[in-house]
Design a protein around this ligand. Structure first.
Ligand code: GTP
Length: 607
C-alpha cells in the first residue's frame, strides 16, 4: 500500500469498545453488531462470539480481551472499517480495561434501561474519559416492561455529565437500534490520527500463547506500519523479534500484508513467553525506533497470594507443569516453590485479585486434573522490624516474632458502593465490621446513593462482595482501587492441632478483634475437622499465649460397625463413600484436615 492509500483507509477506520455493567447486554449487543455487518452470518454464529474461553461462557464473564474487525457500508455510501475491542468486565482486570480503551477513539456506553448506572460502569466511564474517548450512550433493553429510558438518560446526564440527548434507544435482544448505533459510530467516533510514515508505535493490549505460532500479540497501531520481516523491539523489556505474521480477527484469523495507523490486529514473531509482551508496552521498529513509548505503561503486580498444594503429594511436579503452562498465557500470574510443614511441597502464587485466583485454581483442577488444597488468601504486608528493616510478607506464617516488629502496614482500597437508599444501613454496618473508614455519601438521584469507604484490602479479598450482595438483595454494585499502605495494629494468630502448630492455618488479625476471632476459629475448626480415633485439642495462640481452646472428641466406634450383617457390597459402598469424603483431606501431623478448614478463617462472618 502507498502513503495515499493508507491515509484514505485510515480516514474510514473507527475504533471503539463497549462499556457496560455485567448483564447490561454487552455481549448480546456485540453479537448484533457482528450480525448486522455480516461479519459472522447468523447461521455460523455461536451465541456470544467474543467470549472465547469455556470458563468465561460458563461464568458469564469476560476474562480475556479480543478485537474483531467489521466492515460497514454507511448510509452515505462509504465503506468503513470498524474495530470492536472487547474489555474484561471485572475489577481484577482494570488495568487491561484501561489499555484496551487506550486502543480506541470511542466507546459505546451501554446502560440497562431498567437498572440504570452501576458502580462498575462509572469506573469504566472514567477510564474512557481519561483516555479522551468519545462516549456514545446506548440505552439497552427498552423492550423490558420495567424500562424507563428517560430516567436513565437523566441519570447519565446528572451522574456522568454526558450529553445523553442523542442516546440510542436499543434492544440488543430484539435487534432494535442497531443501525442507528452503527451510524453514530461513523459520525461521532473520530478517525485515528497518526502518521503511517513515522517510526512504529504499536500498543500491546493483550496477548496469548498459541502452541504453533508462539505468542500472538494483540496490538493497535498508533504510528507507522508493521509487516512480516520487520525487526521489532518491545520498549519496556528491550527484547527484539522478527515479525512472522500480521493480521486481524474477523473474528477468525485473517492475514494482512501490513498493519498501518488505526489498525487493530495481531502479530506473531516466534515469541516464546507472554512475559515479553506486557500489556501496555509499546512495540517499535528495532532499526528505526520511536524516541519514546506510548504513555500509560505500568507493570502489573499481584495483590493477593495463597499457597497451592496438591492433595496427592506425588502430583507436585504435575502442579509445576500446570503453572508453567498457565503462565504462558497469563503474565500476571506469579508463583514460587514453598514448603509448608503441614502441607508439604507446593507453590505460593500471586494473583491480581480473588476472581483471578479462582479462575487459576479452577483451571488447574479441571484442565490438569490435580486436586488442590488452597490456603487462605493473603495480601502483602509491609513489616518494619525494630532494627529498621522493611520486609514484605505475603504469607502469614512468615511473619516475624511480635517482639521483633516495630509496626505493620497493610494495603487499603477506596471502595465505591452504589445502592438504593433503603440499604444504606446494612452497607454501612458491613463496612464498619470490615474496619472501614466512612468517607462520603452522594445521592445519584432521589432513590440511589454512592457510598465511599476506605477499607483494608485484606477485609474485602474474600467474600466482601458476596456479603454485600446478600445484604442488599443483589442491588449493590461495587468497585475499588488501591490507595496505598496504612499502619494497623496487626498480629499473627497461630493454630495448634493436637499441640502442633499448623503453619498453613496461621493468619493475620487486627489486635482488637483477635480474642473474638481466636474463639470463633477454634469453634469453627472443631466443627469442620472430622472426629479422629483420639481426642484432638484445637488452640489459637498469639506468640506463646493461648487465647482460645476447644476439643474435637474422638470417634471411638468403627464406622463399619454400622453395617450389621455381612453384606459385602454395602460395606464397600460405605468405604467408597468415606474415600470420596477424604478426597479433599490432608494429613497434617496426626490429624486429617479438610480443605474447608484452611479457608475457615475467612468465612467467619457467615455464622
Ligand atoms: N430483554 C432484554 N434482554 C437483554 C437485552 N440485551 C441483553 N439481554 C439479556 O441480558 C442478559 C445479559 O446479557 P449479556 O449480553 O450476556 O450481558 P453482558 O453485559 O455481556 O454480561 P457480561 O458478559 O457478564 O459482562 C442476557 O440474558 C441477555 O439475553 C435486551 O435488549 N433486552
Amino acid at each position: 500500500m502507498n502513503h495515499d492509500e493508507r491515509l484514505a483507509r485510515q480516514k474510514n477506520i473507527r475504533n471503539f469498545s463497549i462499556i457496560a455493567h455485567i448483564d447490561h447486554g454487552k455481549s448480546t449487543l456485540a453479537d448484533r453488531l457482528l450480525e448486522k455487518t455480516e461479519t459472522v452470518s447468523s447461521r455460523e454464529m455461536k451465541s456470544q462470539t467474543l467470549d472465547s474461553m469455556d470458563l468465561e461462557r460458563e461464568r458469564g464473564i469476560t476474562i480475556k480481551l479480543n478485537a474483531v474487525q467489521l466492515s460497514y457500508t454507511a448510509k452515505n455510501g462509504e465503506e468503513y472499517t470498524f474495530h470492536l475491542i472487547d474489555t474484561p468486565g471485572h475489577v481484577d482486570f482494570t488495568y487491561e480495561v484501561s489499555r484496551s480503551l487506550a486502543a480506541c477513539e470511542g466507546a459505546l456506553l451501554v446502560v440497562d434501561a431498567a437498572q440504570g448506572i452501576e458502580a462498575q460502569t462509572l469506573a469504566n466511564v472514567y477510564l474512557a474519559l481519561d483516555n479522551d474517548l468519545e462516549i456514545l450512550p446506548v440505552i439497552n433493553k427498552i423492550d423490558l416492561p420495567a424500562a424507563d429510558p428517560d430516567k436513565v438518560k437523566q441519570e447519565i446526564e446528572d451522574v456522568i455529565g454526558l450529553d445523553a440527548s442523542e442516546a440510542v434507544h436499543a434492544s440488543a435482544k430484539a435487534g432494535i437500534g442497531i443501525e442507528e448505533i452503527l451510524e453514530q459510530i461513523v459520525e461521532k467516533v473520530p478517525a485515528p490520527t497518526g502518521d503511517p510514515e513515522a517510526p512504529l508505535k504499536a500498543l500491546i493490549f493483550d496477548s496469548h500463547y498459541d502452541q504453533y505460532k508462539g505468542v500472538i500479540v494483540n496490538i493497535r497501531i498508533v504510528e507507522g506500519t508493521v509487516k512480516p520481516g520487520d525487526k521489532i523491539r518491545m520498549m519496556a523489556t528491550g527484547k527484539e523479534f522478527e515479525v512472522i505474521e500480521t493480521g486481524v480477527f474477523t473474528p477468525n484469523i485473517s492475514m494482512r500484508d501490513e498493519l498501518s495507523v488505526g489498525d487493530v490486529g495481531f502479530l506473531s514473531a516466534a515469541i516464546k513467553n507472554v512475559g515479553d509482551t506486557r500489556v501496555g508496552d509499546t512495540i517499535t521498529n528495532a532499526k528505526n525506533p520511536a524516541s519514546e513509548p506510548l504513555p500509560g505503561y505500568r507493570r502489573l503486580n499481584p495483590m493477593v497470594f495463597c499457597g497451592l498444594y496438591p492433595i496427592d503429594s506425588s502430583k507436585y511436579v504435575d502442579l509445576r507443569e500446570a503453572l508453567e503452562k498457565l503462565e504462558l498465557n497469563d503474565s500476571a500470574l506469579e508463583y514460587e516453590a514453598e514448603t509448608s510443614q503441614a502441607l508439604g511441597f507446593g507453590y505460593r502464587c500471586g494473583f491480581l485479585g480473588l476472581l483471578h485466583m479462582e479462575i487459576i485454581q479452577e483451571r488447574i483442577e479441571r484442565e490438569f486434573k490435580i486436586d488442590l488444597i488452597t490456603t487462605a488468601p493473603s495480601v502483602i504486608y509491609n513489616v518494619v522490624t525494630t532494627d529498621g528493616k522493611e520486609l514484605k510478607v505475603d504469607n502469614p506464617s512468615m511473619m516475624p516474632d511480635a517482639q521483633k516488629i516495630d509496626h505493620v502496614e497493610e494495603p487499603y482500597v477506596k471502595a465505591s458502593i452504589m445502592v438504593p437508599n433503603e440499604y444504606v444501613g446494612s452497607v454501612m454496618e458491613l463496612c464498619q465490621q470490615k474496619r472501614g473508614n466512612f468517607k462520603t455519601m452522594d445521592y445519584l438521584d432521589a432513590s440511589r446513593v454512592n457510598i465511599i469507604y476506605e477499607l483494608p484490602l485484606a477485609e474485602i479479598v474474600y467474600d466482601f462482595f458476596d456479603q454485600l450482595k446478600s445484604g442488599t438483595k443483589g442491588y449493590a454494585s461495587f468497585d475499588y482501587e488501591l490507595i496505598g499502605y496504612k499502619t494497623s495494629k496487626l498480629v499473627k494468630m497461630d493454630i495448634l492441632l493436637n499441640g502442633e502448630q499448623v503453619d498453613a492455618l496461621s493468619f493475620i488479625v487486627h489486635r482488637d478483634f483477635s480474642y473474638e476471632r481466636g474463639k470463633a476459629i477454634v469453634e469453627k475448626l472443631k466443627n469442620l475437622i472430622p472426629r479422629q480415633q483420639f481426642e484432638v485439642p484445637v488452640q489459637a495462640a498469639i506468640g506463646q499465649k493461648i487465647v482460645a481452646r476447644s476439643t474435637i472428641k474422638s470417634i471411638g466406634k468403627n464406622v463399619l460397625a454400622k453395617c450389621y450383617g455381612g453384606d459385602i457390597s454395602r460395606k464397600r459402598k460405605l468405604l467408597e463413600k468415606q474415600k470420596e469424603g477424604k478426597k479433599r483431606m490432608k494429613q497434617v501431623g496426626s490429624v486429617e484436615v479438610p480443605q474447608e478448614a484452611f479457608m475457615a478463617v475467612l468465612k467467619m462472618d457467615e455464622d
